[in-house]
Design a binder for this molecule. Structure first.
Ligand code: CMP
Length: 138
């Protein structure tokens, strides 16, 4: 069993798609191991996306991620990291396959509805950034 970290981003929350995305998550076979709504500060978003701090989109991305409430999740399934990335689709909604969450709910590469960890090391960092260990106990 594997855990990954997911965010329903502020664009998807504000457009009223939280419930639909959670339904897709559960129908796809993930167990929601932990979940919370958060309103990140700019500094908290900068800490979360620190690996991207040299990228030209860093300021815009962290302003967006701190612009309103988001839902943070720990998802559990066999192969959860790859499985969640497949359900989300490509980072850019315009390139994401039909039927994926970003294709359906994203509107730009920045406002792309969802986030997911890309590897076990990032999942460990990202889960730990938002959840205490005891929230992740099965
Ligand atoms: P996410 O999976 O949250 O990881 C980093 C985010 O940076 C990514 O989704 C996009 O929302 C954003 N991002 C990646 N590339 C670009 C880009 N070229 N321009 C703007 N935002 C980007």
């Amino acid at each position: 069993m594997e855990q990954t970290f997911a965010i329903i981003k502020p664009d998807a929350v504000s457009s009223g798609h939280t419930g639909a995305i959670l339904q897709r998550i559960e129908e796809a076979g993930f167990r929601v191991a932990a979940m919370r709504m958060v309103r990140m500060t700019k500094a908290e978003a900068e800490g979360f996306y620190a690996v991207h701090r040299e990228r030209p989109f860093f300021d815009s991305l962290t302003t967006f991620m701190s612009s309103g409430p988001a839902v943070v999740l720990a998802l559990e399934a066999p192969g959860a990291i790859a499985g969640w990335r497949a359900l989300m689709g490509a980072t850019d909604p315009a390139r994401a396959e039909e039927g994926t969450l970003r294709r359906r709910y994203g509107s730009s590469i920045e406002h792309n509805a969802t986030h997911g960890s890309d590897a076990p090391e990032t999942a460990a960092f990202e889960l730990g950034y938002f959840f205490r260990g005891l929230e992740l106990v099965r």
